[in-house]
Structure formats: structure tokens, C-alpha cells
Design a protein around this ligand. Structure first.
Ligand code: NOJ
Length: 672
């Protein structure tokens, strides 16, 4: 693990230039241009009818047509009657190291254009829009300096537009989907309702776009809606309960609005634009931030075999936890999550979040004994803080809770906010929620605690700045395969989310269910084969990843080898093939060895995949361990058959993988 010291040297070596290339004072109301470093993407900005606009093209093809910018303030519209005051161009190029991630290092290379504008008449308020153009897309944000007529203000609406020149297919969920736990559905952009970002669109076979945001700080999260019967998408910010969107003080800057521009779906997954538009790491020493795979006292509660609350079926007992610790130590898991360890779970807890204590354990859970036993076995206890949405109750206990966990060697906490409203009032994605989640992450960093945030605000790449923000839910995860009335996540869900929610950052989906029998809801189960459960451990990226099942369901199953061998931290990621909603194959190189891991999955249709291993080192020999769907396997009624074979491979090998309906293939490739 690199610490901050190494980090600084690293970026010093690679920072090439940050220079002002030209500064022009413009009175002419014409458009100004900035291109990507490879010149393929071109962005123009200017003033039309007194309003600021931008357009984007790629290799002469229009990607975004004239799109206007502006903010509706309570204090009067900001964005009309404008003239350009100044344009400033600069370039930037650096490589930065990620303490964890899908790649060790990331290139941050862009050309920037800052357009300063001012109202033509008194009070002549001014603001800037900063545009950055990367080889894989664009980002822009509003910057509002302090000025006599703009000190404290309220944003009622953001008028930012993304005008698509033609209709496209978009995969989306409604903006108010509870906790973003929805099934992304394809539809035409012009037919969309109000949806949340990331919004991924296929314009044609050679053009894919994802609109999202980066560095959501003290603002409201971004949603989009098409303007009536058009293909122009307009921003809609998640409101406060009182209707305002953002309470602001100048100087202020909005989050970045981002558009990834890609030739093919796999390139969307490889874009690091969102991370590049977040601030560099603020944590001095990151050596305590450790990715890993863990198990949990968890699935048993979702299957109603155990309870969160005290009683005869209580899951979080000292004895049960010690069994889980033994199992984790035996199989090399780094941690054990325990839910239901603390007071507050009785009755309707999600309505009465104020009853939760984050320091007081139930009497049958001996925190001291358990944590010292875990330490003796080289395993960490992972804390759980379900708040029932009572953010203020949680904030009041944050310091004492995190100090306690630090004392007992707990360095990761899963947080949860099961209630459609925070503090019975505000939406998770509102400025209120954004402020709360940030406070938790920053406080956790002070106590060397990693966070796995369930029921979050949609992620925007904050883990670059606070790499203790490991992973988040905000996705319809494996738990739906335990109790969802519709039978569980359909096969195309996992072939879609890598291109939608997955582009917002790591997903705590928790793949790895081995026993599909469901005594409570017999019709509900993972709609995958067992081999696909393995493949999901690679496909669905999360630096902290839980193997979802109860430990007794893993015993003596040879397929479990893949779960225990698969890392959660990568040096490199490639996407050899992908079709949104249909199939995806992802290969990742382990951060700590020369080995590669591949996950390849399909929707309900069976597939035969020819997979060239050209990403392997030339002239090296490897052994592939292939976990594939067995004879007659299918997700509906025969999920279990898995064949495990070995094959000598090298960079010129083309593997043929046969996948069952709802199936997949998991492969580890060990360098010899
Ligand atoms: C919902 C979370 O997603 C799940 O993982 C957790 O077990 C329950 N809430 C209880 O906190």
C-alpha cells in the first residue's frame, strides 16, 4: 500500500504542465473552443441571446448540440443578459496513484477553458464556467466568486442542458427510486421521465455517452429530465423538503457535470473522468485503508433464519461470531461483518432510528472478547451502523462510536439508512443528505475507519479524496434475491449495472450466494447459475466485497476456491467484450501478483464466447483455472452444475467459453 509520501513523489515526477496558454479579453460574442489532448473531442462555448451555451463534437460528429447554462436563484436568474469578460486556456497532465481501485495509476490529462461572464447591466453579477476536455469526455462546473450582489444565495433550479442532436437509447431508473435500488430499463431519451444519473445512452453503434457528475460537495444530487418532446435533457436537482435545491455562500463551485464519450460500452467502464474531476487524496497516511473480501452474519437475517434483534434466533451472538471468525481465518477472509450487534433493532426500527445506540452491544455480544479473538486470528470485525435514517442521532454518536471501534481494532463500518427520508424529512440525495454522508466519511477518516455506505446518495468519485469511502450500495443488490416479491434480480440486471450505476463507483452488491433454496419465499432466488455468482465477484467491482452466503453453504464446495482466491484490488482492468444488458467480460490483473481474474456473464440467453487472452504478458506461461456452467445448467431450475478445468494458456490463446442461460464463467489465470 502506498502512503501519502510515495504518492507525492509519484505525482511530482509525472506532472508535466499547468500553464496558461492564452488569455484573451473578449468583447465579441462569438464562440471559443477547447479540444481534447488527442484533438478528437471539441467543445465550444459562447453567448447566444445573452445566454451562455456550449456544444460538443467528436471527430466532426455533433455529440451535444447548443445547450444553455444558467442557475435560477431566489435572488434572480443568473445566466441572462451575459457578455464574456475573459477566456483562459490551460493544459494539465499527471499520473496519480490510487491506494486501491481498478487500476494502480490513472492518467489525468486534459485541456481546460475557463469562461468568465458578466451581466451586461447592473448589478453586473459575474460567474465562470470551467470546461475540461479529456480524451474520454468532458466535465464542466459553475464557479461563483464572492461579490456585493452574490454572497448568500439560494439555488431554486439548475438550468444546465445536454441537448442530444438525435434520439438515443438510455438505460435509467426514476430519480426517486428508493435508495436507487431499481432495475435499469432501456427507453428513448425523448420518452424519459425524470431520472437520476449516471445516465448511459447508446446514440449509435459507435457512440455511447454517460452523463453524470463528479465531486458532489455541499450541493444537491443531479437528476435529468427531457424538455417536452425533445432530446434535450435538463438538470433537476434533488430538493429540500421546502422546495429549495441548494443553500449557498459565495465563493462557491458546483459539482462537475460530466459526459463520458465512448466508441463502445466497454470503454465507459474504463473511463476515469469522474475520479479525475475529484480532489486529490486528503488522507496523509493511507496504509490503514485495506481492501479485502469478507463474510458476514447477514444472509441468515435476510432469509429469516436469524434475527437482527435479541431473542432465540439472534444472529449476532458471541458464539456465532467466533465461528464466523474461525471460518474467515481458515479461508483467508479479511473481515467478518456482524449486523444486529447493538441496541435499537427491536420493533419498527426503520421508523424509529433514534433508538439506535452505536456503542452499546446486546448482552449476548461480547465486543471485547470477540475483537481480541478476531485479532488473534488475523481477522477484523466489521462494524455495522444501521441508522434507520436518523442522521442526527447518528451524528451525535459518531465520535464516541468511531473512537470505540478504533480502540477495539475495528477499521471498517457498514452504514445504513433504511428510511425513505433522513430524519423523517429530507431526501437522501438532497443537500441535507450530501452534507450528512460527507460528515460521516470525514469523521471516519479521523479514526482510521473505512466506510461501506448503504442507502447512500449516488456516488460521484469522492473516494479519490477520501479513499476510506470504500464502497456503497445505491444499487439493487443480492439481498433482493432473498425477499423480493418479483422473484429476485433478473438475469439482465447484472449485465446492465456495470454500464449504469457501476459508472458512479464501487457497488456493494455482495455476490457469492451458493444455496438458492429459499424456505421463506420459495419463488425468490438468485436468477443466475452458480458459475455466474463466481463471475460477478470480478465483474461487479468493489474493494471491500462480501461473500453473501452463510458459511455452512460454502463448506465442501469446490467452487468456493474461486471466491477465496479472487482479490478485490487491481493493477489493471480490461473489457474484451460487452453489450449493455446482454453480456460483459471483464479481466483484471491482481494488484499484488502477476495473476489475472476474469468474469464473463450473460443475460437469460446462452452464449458461446471466444475470448482472446491477448492482455496477458507475451512470452509468459500461465495456468487457467476455469469455473464454467456445467451440463444442462440454467438459472431457472438447475443453477448448480459447475465444471472446473485447467488449461495451459498464453497471450495467443483463445478460450472458448460456453455459458448457460443466466450463466457465466469465472477464470483465474496464474502466472507460472
Ligand atoms: C439494508 C441493507 O442494504 C442490508 O445490507 C442490511 O442488512 C439491512 N438494510 C439492515 O441494515
Amino acid at each position: 500500500m502506498k502512503n501519502m509520501k510515495t504518492l507525492k513523489i509519484y505525482s511530482l515526477l509525472f506532472t508535466v504542465s499547468l500553464s496558461i496558454l492564452s488569455t484573451a479579453s473578449c468583447t465579441k460574442e462569438d464562440s471559443q473552443k477547447v479540444s481534447s489532448p488527442d484533438k478528437n473531442i471539441q467543445l465550444s462555448a459562447g453567448i447566444k441571446d445573452g445566454k451562455m451555451y456550449y456544444t460538443v463534437s467528436r471527430k466532426e460528429t455533433e455529440v451535444i448540440d447548443t445547450s444553455f447554462l444558467g442557475l435560477t436563484l431566489k435572488e434572480g436568474y443568473l445566466g441572462e443578459n451575459l457578455k464574456i469578460k475573459k477566456i483562459e486556456h490551460s493544459s494539465f497532465n499527471e499520473m496519480w496513484h490510487q491506494p486501491w481501485g481498478e487500476e494502480s495509476s490513472i492518467e489525468n490529462k486534459y485541456n481546460q477553458m475557463i469562461v468568465d461572464v458578466e451581466e451586461s447591466d447592473e448589478p453586473k453579477r459575474n460567474f465562470s464556467v470551467v470546461f475540461r476536455v479529456f480524451n474520454d469526455g468532458i466535465g464542466f462546473r459553475y464557479v461563483i466568486p464572492e461579490q456585493p450582489d452574490l454572497k448568500e444565495f439560494t439555488i431554486m433550479d439548475e438550468q444546465t442542458e445536454f441537448a442530444l442532436p438525435e434520439d438515443a437509447i438510455a438505460w435509467s431508473i426514476p430519480w426517486d427510486t428508493e435508495y436507487y435500488e431499481g432495475l435499469f430499463k432501456p427507453s428513448l431519451v425523448s420518452r424519459l421521465d425524470t431520472i437520476c444519473t449516471p445516465l448511459t445512452m447508446k446514440v449509435n453503434e459507435k457512440l455511447y455517452l454517460t452523463i453524470h457528475e463528479a465531486n458532489l460537495t455541499d450541493y444537491a444530487s443531479l437528476n435529468l429530465a427531457p424538455k417536452r418532446n425533445t432530446t434535450t435533457l435538463k438538470a433537476f436537482l434533488t430538493p429540500w423538503s421546502t422546495g429549495e435545491k441548494v443553500f449557498a455562500n459565495a465563493p462557491m463551485q458546483t459539482p462537475w457535470r460530466t459526459v463520458i464519450i465512448a466508441d463502445k460500452p466497454g470503454d465507459l467502464i474504463l473511463s476515469r473522468l469522474m475520479l479525475n474531476l475529484n480532489e486529490p487524496c486528503k488522507i496523509e497516511d493511507t496504509s490503514w485503508i485495506q481492501p479485502g473480501r469478507y463474510i458476514g452474519i447477514w444472509w441468515g437475517m435476510h432469509m429469516k433464519k436469524q434475527t437482527w434483534e435479541q431473542g432465540p434466533k439472534h444472529g449476532a451472538t458471541t458464539e456465532n461470531t467466533m465461528n464466523y471468525i474461525d471460518f474467515a481465518a481458515k479461508h483467508g477472509f479479511s473481515g467478518v461483518l456482524v449486523e444486529g450487534w447493538n441496541y435499537g433493532w427491536d420493533g419498527d426500527w426503520s421508523a424509529n432510528g433514534d433508538q439506535f445506540s452505536f456503542t452499546k452491544a446486546y448482552p449476548d455480544f461480547d465486543l471485547e472478547k470477540i475483537t481480541s479473538y478476531a485479532a488473534s486470528k488475523g481477522v477484523r470485525l466489521i462494524g455495522h451502523n444501521e441508522t434507520g435514517g436518523a442522521a442526527q442521532n447518528y451524528e451525535a454518536q459518531l465520535d464516541s462510536a468511531f473512537a470505540l471501534y478504533q480502540k477495539y481494532g475495528i477499521n471498517a463500518v457498514k452504514t445504513g439508512y433504511v428510511n425513505p427520508l433522513l430524519d423523517h424529512k429530507e431526501l437522501h440525495g438532497s443537500q441535507y443528505g450530501v452534507r450528512h454522508y460527507r460528515k460521516v466519511i470525514e469523521t471516519a477518516a479521523k479514526y482510521n475507519i473505512m466506510i461501506d455506505n448503504h442507502e447512500p446518495v449516488m456516488p460521484t468519485g469522492l473516494q479519490r479524496t477520501y479513499p476510506n469511502l470504500m464502497t456503497q450500495e445505491g444499487v439493487r443488490g443480492q439481498e433482493y434475491d432473498a425477499w423480493s416479491a418479483d422473484g429476485g434480480n433478473p438475469p439482465e440486471h447484472t449485465t446492465t449495472i456495470p454500464f449504469t450505476r457501476g459508472l458512479a463507483g464501487p457497488m456493494d452488491f455482495t455476490p457469492g450466494t451458493f444455496n438458492f433454496n429459499n424456505p421463506v419465499h420459495p419463488q425468490t432466488h438468485p436468477q443466475t447459475t452458480l458459475a455466474k455468482q463466481l463471475a460477478l465477484a470480478v465483474v461487479l467491482y468493489s474493494p471491500l466485497q462480501m461473500a453473501s452466503d452463510m458459511i455452512e453453504n460454502y463448506e465442501n464446495n469446490p467452487a468456493f476456491d474461486f471466491i477465496t482466491s479472487c482479490p478485490t484490488n487491481w493493477a489493471k482492468t480490461v473489457v474484451p467484450e460487452a453489450k449493455i444488458g446482454e453480456y460483459v467480460t471483464i479481466a483484471r490483473k491482481d494488484r499484488d501478483s502477476e495473476n489475472w481474474f476474469i468474469g464473463s456473464i450473460t443475460n437469460a440467453s446462452p452464449r458461446e464466447v471466444n475470448l482472446p487472452l491477448s492482455f496477458l504478458d507475451a512470452n509468459a506461461s500461465y495456468k487457467a483455472h476455469i469455473f464454467a456452467d456445467g451440463e444442462e445448467a440454467n438459472y431457472k431450475n438447475n443453477p448448480y452444475p459447475v465444471t472446473i478445468t485447467e488449461e495451459n494458456v498464453n497471450s495467443s490463446t483463445v478460450l472458448t467459453l460456453k455459458q448457460a442461460p443466466g450463466g457465466g464463467t469465472a477464470i483465474m489465470i496464474i502466472k507460472e
